[in-house]
Design a binder for this molecule. Structure first.
Ligand code: ATP
Ligand code: MG
Length: 181
């Protein structure tokens, strides 16, 4: 018997307390469009699309071998992209986040996965089909990045659900001037 393909992506899941804070602010400041549910707020690192279930094992192994480092991401820019994608983004991307994304992409390519060649534009999607450019100023949201995860994106009558298939910690930051063991 063959199983259905899985729609997979690696992402940084937004911690529940931060997601609640962001959603409370959004409900007041940006009450339009199709809001992304609090439990679904995330930052995508790599989108794999539809994959056979047999590809899961190598993905879990590859992710466990990554050496990512913790950092704090400051979401301080509110923006609207084509098609009404309302999002928060950092005006400065921490080098450790760039490194994590690059490491992940390099390993995925080496393992034979196909990836988009577009530049990495880290963002957290707040809403889709947002009807007009937002006029409010967003506060800065500090997001402590502590782990990343592999998700399977599913749809049922309640909407989009991201099922977590694996989760890996980021190691504490190396003090400046010291190299990791
Ligand atoms: P839905 O499509 O059900 O409205 P969604 O877009 O969040 O919700 P998916 O389409 O499964 O769910 O996407 C999961 C994640 O991967 C999202 O962060 C989405 O922006 C990203 N993603 C989807 N398609 C692509 C793509 N072609 N290239 C890059 N990232 C993608
Ligand atoms: Mg989608």
């Amino acid at each position: 018997m063959t199983s259905d393909p899985l729609r997979l992506f690696f992402a940084l899941p937004c911690p529940p307390s931060l997601a609640a804070t962001i959603c409370a602010w959004r409900a007041d400041a940006l009450p339009a469009g199709k809001a992304v549910e609090a439990r679904n707020l995330h930052l995508t690192l790599a989108f794999l699309g539809s994959q056979p279930a047999s590809r899961l094992a190598p993905l879990l192994t590859l992710a466990a071998e990554l050496q990512g480092e913790r950092c704090t991401l400051q979401l301080d820019r509110l923006g609207l992209w084509r098609g009404g994608l309302l999002h928060l983004a950092p005006s400065r991307v921490p080098p450790t986040l760039d490194e994590l994304q690059q490491q992940l992409h390099a390993r995925l390519l080496a393992a034979g996965f196909e990836l988009e060649e577009r530049a990495f534009r880290p963002h957290l999607t707040l809403a889709r089909h947002y009807p007009h450019p937002p006029t409010c100023v967003a506060p800065t949201f500090d997001w402590p990045l502590r782990h990343f995860a592999l998700f399977c994106s599913e749809n049922d009558r309640r909407g989009t659900l991201y099922r977590q298939l694996g989760r890996w910690p980021l190691r504490p930051a190396t003090p400046a001037g010291r190299s990791a063991p």
